[in-house]
Design a protein. Structure first.
Ligand code: TRP
Length: 449
């Protein structure tokens, strides 16, 4: 097949686009609270270990599959081996299901951004009042639905503009803005009274808080944060040029993603300690505790607007990547026009995410195995499909894919050196599958620690 396929512009584009997918709510909203629940500093060390041992090899494996085949995630695995094409289908289905709840949380960030502009968010110091605000908002029958729908349409606009004009340009613009805003906020948070204590919490390892669960949390977080095992990176790498260095791109993406997570924690923990909130207060850390903090700051409304804009941008570059997995699949495998593909994906994810949003309030009684729609989408993707996808990808690339093919991709056909190629193969063949199998069985509740 010699069909001309779009590619991304330069070296920087590959990094920014892939980092745009990786950096998302996972870094800014999820990482700090998971780290907080697991004792701070020690979690950070274990997390970095997981990123290097599991994240980096699987990211490289996905890059190699995507760039070699130049196809969407389903087509990529299918063209390499019919028998393994289920990895592609698993990834496309999981991308769809993740979008179902990711759009809802993204909608909340949009509402918080808009409300910050009118000064609504940063006015109450009490976290009890802010909890009530958050609850009344998420349980409202129509507001979150409207914001979710707006977010879906925003994503659609970028996808409809295409790979170069939409995805590449938006990432190039949004990623640097995100960095600047995070750094400014971190400086502000650290210089608040008590801020340094937050830094100490984040950087002093306390191994007494470490349990087996800490390792599992760290692995799950590493996968989610790097956008691996759901076809996103396969799809994006399929737009890389033959000259792109997969090794350099992967190292940069891992570095940027980890940096953003650490920076986000450097905003949140100093702020949390400064106003005396527990760092272990869970998923609500961003939506409930931060508004209490902004209200104690001069120009609090402006800070909260800036912060939630940051979340909106981070979420948007990630929803774009998940949407693209499905759009590219329909476009290439079902031979639909890109326009029609994008609309189909938008319509289907709109229905699913509206249902997920309603399931927190009006439709809360509708349960699948005891969970409402929102929670079951989160559960099945994070606990089943993500580790399963990673497991199969590492097995496939480690054992089934020709070693010379992997080597050619990683070294650009011998142009680049890869001194650690042997290590990569060992990690993909043995280390990743064993650890992932453990996570998978644990998440399914087949054993307890
Ligand atoms: N990595 C993104 C985040 O940190 C979310 C995301 C985008 C993702 N694409 C993915 C997670 C693919 C898993 C798989 O928020």
């Amino acid at each position: 097949m010699t069909k001309e396929r779009v590619t991304l512009g330069g070296k920087l584009s590959a990094v920014l686009v892939a980092a745009g997918s990786a950096v998302g709510l996972g870094n800014i909203w999820r990482f700090p609270y998971i780290a907080g629940e697991n004792g701070g500093g020690a979690f950070l060390l274990i997390y970095i270990g997981c990123i290097l041992l599991l994240g980096l090899p699987i990211l490289l494996a996905e890059f190699a599959v995507g760039r070699h085949t130049h196809r969407n995630s389903v087509g990529a695995f299918k063209s390499l081996s019919k028998g393994w094409s289920f990895i592609g289908y698993n990834s496309a289905l999981a991308a769809f299901l993740i979008l179902g709840f990711y759009f809802v949380v993204s909608g909340w960030t949009l509402e918080y951004f808009i409300k910050s502009l009118s000064g609504d968010i940063a006015q109450y110091t009490s976290s009890a009042v802010n909890t009530e605000l958050f609850r009344s908002f998420t349980l409202n029958p129509w507001r979150p639905v409207v914001y979710t729908a707006i977010f879906v349409l925003l994503t659609h606009v970028v996808i409809a503009l295409g790979v170069q004009k939409g995805i590449e340009r938006s990432s190039k613009l949004m990623m640097p803005v995100l960095f600047i805003v995070l750094i400014v906020l971190a400086v502000r948070a650290i210089t608040m009274p008590g801020g340094l204590e937050g830094l100490r919490f984040l950087f002093t390892p306390d191994f007494s808080k470490v349990s087996a669960k800490t390792f599992l949390d760290a692995m799950g977080q590493a996968f989610f944060s790097l956008s691996i095992s759901l076809g996103c990176m396969v799809t994006y790498a399929s737009y890389f040029t033959r000259k792109t260095s997969l090794q350099a791109t992967a190292l940069n993406v891992v570095g940027l993603d980890t940096l953003v997570a650490v920076l986000a924690a450097m905003v949140i923990f100093p702020a949390v300690f400064s106003v005396g909130i527990e760092p272990t207060s869970g998923p609500s850390l961003v939506f409930i505790t931060l508004p209490s903090i902004f209200s104690t700051m001069p120009f609090g409304a402006a800070w909260s607007a800036v912060f939630f804009l940051l979340l909106v941008l981070a979420a948007l570059t990630s929803t774009i990547s998940l949407h693209e997995v499905l759009t590219a699949y329909l476009h290439e495998e079902w031979h639909m026009s890109r326009r029609a593909s994008a609309w189909c994906v938008t319509a289907a994810t709109m229905l699913l995410s509206v249902a997920a949003s309603l399931s927190l309030g009006a439709w809360n009684d509708f349960r699948i195995f005891g969970l409402n729609i929102f929670d079951s989408l989160d559960f099945v993707t994070a606990n089943v499909m993500l580790p399963l996808g990673g497991l199969c990808t590492s097995l496939f690339v480690g054992w089934r894919l020709k070693r010379s093919l992997l080597h050619d991709e990683i070294t650009n056909h011998g142009e680049l050196r890869c001194r650690l190629f042997g290590v990569l193969v060992v990690l993909l063949r043995y280390v990743c599958p064993v650890l992932l199998l453990l996570i998978f069985l644990y998440n399914l509740g087949l054993f307890r620690l």
